[in-house]
Design a protein around this ligand. Structure first.
Ligand code: GLP
Length: 240
């Protein structure tokens, strides 16, 4: 894994954003794996700015988001669908027909998982995948567990994740279930960029980079990926 450390959030957004822009410049039909949370916002700002300046067009790209809450209407302000339109898709020229999400309200989670795996395969696989990391080492919504997962599945979120994410829910209680891409789906991406910022991520970053590959720290699997770049601020890197 390549580890890069920067001083400011803007530098981090530019470094990660440029990796996405470069992939799209090299192949305008690239398949992008996208994430939600506070971490990707500066990266999405960089991508939006590059598009506005005419440096890159996302017109022909296809996107797949990592995860989505269950039991939450797609249009709710806290759905990851809404997040992506507010923070990226409304600011770039992507074709809304080419953006893909797991349906957290699908009646049959297994059928929804199969549909997503087939759609990713039909698109030619993910060229570049953005990841954040949870305080407990989760990636997407792959929580610490006894074994690594493969394709998408429905997950019962851990207390740590519920506590971290419930600050965003001021009208209804946060859902306790989500649909998430599995570790196998993430590891099949050709290139991975994981960004972590802030002291609260320092322990998870340390375990991811220097612990054993262990499903109790799901992000540790990235040690086995052939092209993974980890981009940190000084706080997130403080225990390395
Ligand atoms: C959620 C998302 C993850 C994200 C994590 C960290 O649980 N499912 O994809 O990486 O939160 O979020 P943040 O970037 O807000 O710290």
């Amino acid at each position: 894994m390549k580890v890069l450390t920067f001083k400011t959030i803007e530098e981090i957004g530019a470094a990660a954003g440029k990796m996405f822009v470069d992939v799209v410049k090299a192949n305008d039909k690239a398949v992008l794996g996208l994430a939600t949370g506070a971490t990707p916002v500066p990266t999405y700002d960089y991508m939006a700015q590059a598009c506005r300046k005419g440096e890159v067009s996302f017109k022909n790209v296809t996107t797949f988001n990592l995860d989505e809450y269950c039991d939450l209407p797609k249009e709710h302000k806290n759905s990851y669908y809404t997040f992506m339109f507010e923070n990226l898709f409304s600011k770039i020229d992507v074709d809304p027909a080419n953006v893909n999400f797991l349906n957290g309200n699908a009646p049959d989670a297994q059928a929804e998982s199969d549909r997503y795996a087939e759609a990713i395969e039909a698109a030619g696989g993910i060229d570049i995948q953005f990841l954040g990391i949870g305080r407990n080492g989760h990636i997407a919504f792959n929580e610490p567990a006894d074994k690594f997962t493969n394709n998408a599945f429905k997950v019962h979120l851990t207390q740590s994740t519920i506590e971290a994410n419930s600050i965003y829910f001021d009208d209804i209680p946060m859902p306790h279930y989500a649909m998430t891409m599995g570790i196998g789906s993430i590891m099949r991406a050709k290139k991975i960029v994981l960004v972590a910022t802030g002291k609260a991520k320092a322990e998870a970053v340390r375990t991811m980079l220097s612990g054993d590959i262990d499903p109790h720290c799901p992000a540790s699997i990235l040690q086995a990926h052939p092209d993974c770049t980890v981009i940190l601020d000084e706080d997130a890197a403080s225990l390395l």
